[in-house]
Design a protein around this ligand. Structure first.
Ligand SMILES: Nc1nc2c(c(=O)[nH]1)N[C@H]1C(S)=C(S)[C@@H](COP(=O)(O)OP(=O)(O)OC[C@H]3O[C@@H](n4cnc5c(N)ncnc54)[C@H](O)[C@@H]3O)O[C@H]1N2
Ligand code: MOO
Length: 392
């Protein structure tokens, strides 16, 4: 069995070079830039007032001033900033050359054209030209674009961007026992939960995910299902990965010419994971236990989908402190479902006592996956551990 790190490296190597498409920035949330972009203007384009009030010269603060004009957003004042004068100014308006201070109107008194500053404390209230960004500044976030990024691109005057095409992901649940949510289970039947959860995880990182009809535990049914995924960039199967008589995914994939990257890894949950390619399609075979499939999708599928969009595809980890003592680990790297609570320096991480890889209720309650390396010795409460946050 190979390590999780080795398996992840082999999975990421399955990603083909991303293909680009040009789209409007309004449609680009969650998408990944394929090339850095450069600002097409300087922002703010002029020294701008940060408050409604009066623009004046710092040197004149103590004396009565004559108000000689007005500058509003979109309507700059064209006059000259003479000593002993001020202009009425509004937030966002250009501060004329020569004035170096804006005083909030609450800190002034005005009679006719005569202005007195009643409180001279506070800053300049001027945003200098270019303090946000300058013409030519590069933007290359190396992560899916956020709503704030879209705002920044708009501010940079970039109406369209080239992003990676969404990877097409086909998700295939397998098993004679599985029914769709809403159906009435007969003897021995359960509801299929994993494919829609895995598809949701795929969409969350930018994929276009299709949930295929559930395959039955026969070679012919699996073959039909694999054929439906021939156009996909990635086929993710769920279940049928282990060693039972009805675990046929690996067999059928092999007969269809799968170039296998690995089968079985030193990971808990997730031991029977497989990966490879069939034709042009990358394939990940996730274990069927609900928690195993979700954890493997987080650790392997999401990074692969990000890599397919030209991103590094790193799984972010944070540090926390153990809330309770833990027994030594076995030979597999363990991802424990855990809750987080505030701690003195680092968050406190409490692993659930029950780590059954079939309990959906526990993965749903979990805030984090605590990572314990293979053969990790016993740990005491208070020791530092790494975890993967499950909520943003
Ligand atoms: N003799 C051994 N048995 C098992 C081993 C082993 O090494 N030797 N490994 C165990 C581990 S670890 C895992 S994980 C499971 C994975 O097995 P499969 O990938 O073959 O999964 P299935 O047998 O098809 O299903 C397991 C379990 O999950 C339920 N399931 C499957 N698909 C779904 C779905 N889409 N939605 C909801 N639930 C699903 C299925 O009904 C089973 O209860 O094997 C162990 N066995
Ligand atoms: O590896 Mo299995 O995924 O432990 O339940």
């Amino acid at each position: 069995m190979i390590s999780v790190d080795e398996a992840l490296a082999r999975v990421l190597a399955l990603a083909p070079a991303p293909e680009g498409e040009e789209i409007a920035i309004a449609d680009a949330v969650g998408r990944s830039l394929l090339a850095p972009v450069a600002a097409r203007l300087t922002q703010p384009p002029f020294n701008a007032a940060a408050m409604d009030g009066y623009a004046l010269r710092e040197a004149d603060l103590a004396q009565p001033l004559r108000v000689i004009g007005e500058s509003a957003a979109g309507h700059p004042w064209q006059g000259e900033a003479l000593p002993g004068t001020a202009i009425r100014i509004f937030t966002g308006a250009a501060v004329p050359e020569g004035y170096d201070r804006v005083v909030m109107q609450e800190n002034t008194a005005r009679e006719g054209d005569v202005l007195t500053v009643t409180d001279a404390s506070g800053g300049s209230h001027i945003r200098p030209r270019g303090n946000d960004f300058s013409d030519g500044d590069r933007f290359d976030p190396q992560r899916p674009l956020t709503p704030s990024d879209i705002g920044l691109l708009a501010g940079m005057n970039i109406p369209r961007v080239t992003v990676a095409r969404r990877p097409r992901v086909a998700v295939l649940a397998t098993g004679d026992e599985l029914l769709r949510p809403g159906e009435i289970p007969g003897p021995g039947q359960i509801i299929c939960s994993n494919d829609i959860a895995v598809a949701a995880l795929a969409r969350a990182v930018g994929a276009e995910a299709e949930v295929l009809p559930i395959a039955r535990d026969t070679e012919s049914s699996l073959r039909d299902s694999f054929a439906r995924a021939a156009e996909a960039d990635l086929l993710v199967t769920i279940g049928g990965a282990s060693v039972g008589d009805h675990d046929l995914v690996g067999k059928v994939a092999g007969e269809l010419g799968m170039d296998r990257a690995f089968y079985k890894i030193a990971m808990r949950p997730g031991k029977p994971l497989m990966a490879g390619t069939i034709g042009q399609t990358a394939m990940l075979g996730l274990p069927g236990n609900p928690v195993s499939s979700i954890v493997c999708a987080i650790i392997f599928m999401q990074p692969l989908i990000l890599r397919m969009q030209g991103l590094p595809g790193l799984v972010p980890t944070l540090k926390g402190r153990l809330a309770n003592d833990l027994r030594p680990e076995g030979p597999r790297q363990h991802y424990l479902r855990a809750t987080l609570s505030p701690g003195e320096d680092l968050p406190r991480v409490t692993a659930f006592g029950d780590q059954d890889s079939a309990r959906l209720a526990l993965i749903s309650q979990a805030d984090a996956l605590m990572i314990r390396p293979a053969n990790d010795p016993a740990r005491k409460a208070g020791e530092v551990v790494e975890f993967i946050p499950l909520r943003s």
